[in-house]
Design a protein. Structure first.
Length: 334
């Protein structure tokens, strides 16, 4: 059986795996649950996510990725091994070639940690791809031409903004802000304004259902359950879309500032291309309501979201191998 070419979007909140010829075959939370007493892994992915906040003291559910980089090497390695085997099947006789994306701001030490973990997880070759390049390829942008393309990739833990030309990154800026920070901001706002403690999962549901970064023509509402901070008893409050805009304004302002930063540093010829072609948003954070409108209002540049922003980075990471056909290091050359 021929070895598979695999592309992995190793995100802070979720992992997506692309297999050549099949597309994105797997999307699961990057969560691992392990038993403190035996130091053994109990569950990985969706099964582990369901355990967050619901486990006995000896079982801990953790996210081994933080802000797009490895915070727990051993757990990340086992998580990668599990997802690679799940994606390509245990019966594959040859180890797969794996391309894996990293934030543009990653250090050499962090890059090496990701590479080593991927080899240990069973890869034959490892190719590292910068997130903005993977995002652009996955969004269907032709970055091989000498013209400027601006991409904003908003993941769970990082936001990567870049202008690309001739298969390379011309100007880039990465900040440690993402979808998880949206959730945390909503949790904080509901606590301060409603005296209600809610979980991050509840905040994510609010963000998806009624979250907005820009003023909506008409408000929408949502009933939210949590624990009253005064009585300690369960309580339900009504949260509006305007509440979410207020809660998220400081976080999204940092993303807008990052876009400004890159536009200011872009050479005039490429800046003119960006004005003509527009700004493309990818990543789960791009799905936040009103974000397109906010960036467009603040920059004056037409802004659009990729057709499938959630899978763009994973697709681009996998397609990178198809486009380049080489450049990685074989494990037996180490």
């Amino acid at each position: 059986m021929a070895a598979a070419d695999v592309g992995i979007d190793l995100g802070t909140s979720s992992i997506l795996v692309y297999v050549r010829g099949k597309g994105v075959v797997l999307r699961e939370p990057s969560v691992v649950a392990f038993d403190r007493d035996t130091d053994k892994i109990k569950a990985i992915g969706e099964e582990a996510r369901l355990m967050l906040g619901r486990t006995p003291g000896n079982i801990v559910a953790v996210r081994p990725m933080k802000n797009g980089i490895i915070s727990d090497y051993m757990v990340t390695e086992q998580m990668l091994r599990y997802f690679i085997q799940k994606a390509v099947g245990r019966l594959s006789f040859r180890k797969p070639r794996v391309s894996i994306c990293v934030p543009s701001s990653v250090t050499e030490v962090e890059r090496k940690a990701v590479e080593d973990a991927t080899y240990q997880a069973g890869a034959r070759e490892v190719h590292m791809v910068e997130q903005p390049i993977a995002a652009a390829i996955g969004a269907g942008i032709d970055i091989s031409r000498p013209s400027g393309n601006m991409i904003v990739d908003i993941g769970g833990g990082t936001c990567n903004v870049a202008v690309l030309s001739i298969n390379g990154l011309v100007v880039g800026h990465s900040i440690k802000i993402g979808g998880d920070d949206f959730d945390a901001a909503i949790v904080k706002y509901v606590k301060e304004h409603f005296g209600l403690m809610i979980s991050e999962q509840a905040a994510e549901e609010i963000k998806i259902a009624i979250g907005t970064a820009f003023e909506r023509p008409e408000q929408v509402f949502m009933d939210v359950n949590g624990r009253d901070l005064v009585t300690g008893l369960p309580k339900t409050v009504k949260v509006t879309s305007e509440d979410t805009r207020d809660a998220l304004k400081d976080v999204v302002a940092q993303i807008v500032d990052a876009v400004h930063n890159v536009l200011e540093r872009t050479p005039p010829e490429l800046a003119a291309d960006v004005v003509d072609r527009g700004i493309v948003l990818v990543g789960g954070g791009a799905l936040l309501g009103g974000l397109e409108e906010l960036i467009e209002a603040k920059t004056g540049v037409n802004t659009m979201t990729a057709a499938d922003p959630l899978t763009a980075v994973a697709k681009g990471t996998g397609m990178y191998l198809e486009l380049t056909q080489g450049g990685g290091r074989r494990h037996d050359e180490e």
